[in-house]
Each structure stands twice: as structure tokens, then as C-alpha cells.
Design a protein around this ligand. Structure first.
Ligand code: AMP
Length: 185
């Protein structure tokens, strides 16, 4: 099955992605990871993306849809995958639909992890990274919300959006995600 997982920084998205791909036995398609590898390897895609990435900006939709198209045509994605960090814009969401349709597939669900802003600030300040100061984190969250609001509306209209309470232990959160995923398997 094809699933999109959305969550702000500090929402525990990484942990839940790991659990989901293990449980569903599907590949994890993280556009951020693919892009970082492309930059490390100095590929054409890496060169096209590096500047935007280091400036903390979105990479152009054309570059993103190309890497997703390529990854989706690999055999291990035939029966599904977990999209992480993609789509981030409405045009990307539309391309994803088209690409899946071409393959006779569709998204099973979009899962959005919801965590209160104060909790995220607490969690991220515990990480003690230089760019995790409250001001920087608030800015990153603002950027994140601007992006997700667009996607939320898109997927709400499609009847695919499932909001999941991201508070609690990783086990509790995963149980909530499973309740959404299991009936669609
Ligand atoms: P991430 O690991 O998902 O936070 O992605 C790291 C960086 O890669 C982002 O800050 C963007 O510059 C770029 N990126 C990853 N996924 C996308 C996407 N779907 N659309 C545009 N840019 C992306």
C-alpha cells in the first residue's frame, strides 16, 4: 500500500516511519534522503538541488517529481511505499496521483502527526542542536505549517487525510496509526 506520512520537525516522524515500513514491509521513500545522497555523490540531480537545500528552501518541483518517478519505477515499490517528506506542494501531490494512477495504484491514506507547538519546542530544545533554538524552531514550524496547510486541504478534499495525535509514547502513537492503516490493507 502507498502511504504519505506528514509531521512537523520533532513530531517523531522518523520513529514512526521506521515502524511502519517494518510492519508493512514496504520501502521508505524519503525525498530528503535521496537528495542528500545525490548531493554526496555529485549527480546531476544533486547539483540541481544543493543550493536550495543548503539555503533551507524547497527544491523545484520538477527535480522532485523526477526523483520520485525514478524511485517508483524500481521493482520494490511495485506494491507500495511510504512517502516521507513528499509531497510538499500541491503540484507534487497532483504528480503523485498521476504517477500512481499510471501504475494502476492509488494512495491508501495520508497520515498527519499532530503535536502541540509547545511540546515540539520542548522536544527540540532537548536535542540541543545549534539550529534548535526556540526562535529558529518557531520559524521552521511556521514554514512547515504553511506547506502542510496546502496539502491538508488537498487531501481533505480527497477524503484521504487522517490526523493522528502525536502525543504520548512511540508505542501509543504507532497504535493509533495502525488503527488507520489496518482496515485499508
Ligand atoms: P527533509 O529531510 O525531508 O527535511 O528534506 C531536506 C531538504 O531537502 C529540504 O529542506 C528541501 O530542501 C529538500 N526536499 C526534500 N523533499 C522535498 C520536496 N518534496 N520538495 C521540495 N524540496 C524537498
Amino acid at each position: 500500500m502507498f502511504i504519505v506520512l506528514i509531521g512537523p520537525p520533532g513530531a517523531g516522524k522518523g520513529t514512526q516511519c521506521k515502524r511502519l515500513v517494518e510492519c508493512l514491509q514496504i520501502p521508505h521513500l524519503s525525498t530528503g534522503s535521496i537528495l542528500r545522497a545525490a548531493v554526496r555523490n555529485g549527480t546531476e540531480i544533486g547539483k540541481a538541488a544543493a543550493e536550495n537545500m543548503s539555503a533551507g528552501k524547497l527544491v523545484p518541483d520538477g527535480v522532485i517529481t523526477e526523483i520520485v518517478r525514478l524511485r517508483l519505477s524500481e521493482p520494490d515499490c511495485e506494491n507500495g511505499c511510504l512517502f516521507d517528506g513528499f509531497p510538499r506542494t500541491e503540484p507534487q501531490a497532483e504528480t503523485l496521483e498521476t504517477e500512481l494512477e499510471k501504475r494502476g495504484n492509488k494512495l491508501a491514506a495520508v497520515v498527519q502527526l499532530v503535536v502541540a507547538e509547545e511540546e515540539i519546542l520542548d522536544r527540540l530544545s532537548g536535542r540541543q542542536r545549534a539550529d534548535d533554538s526556540p526562535v529558529v524552531v518557531r520559524d521552521r514550524l511556521k514554514g512547515f505549517h504553511a506547506i502542510t496547510d496546502q496539502l491538508k486541504r488537498f487531501y481533505e478534499a480527497e477524503g484521504l487525510l487522517n490526523q493522528v495525535d502525536g502525543m504520548g509514547t512511540p508505542d501509543q502513537v504507532f497504535e493509533r496509526i495502525q488503527k488507520i492503516i489496518d482496515p485499508r490493507r
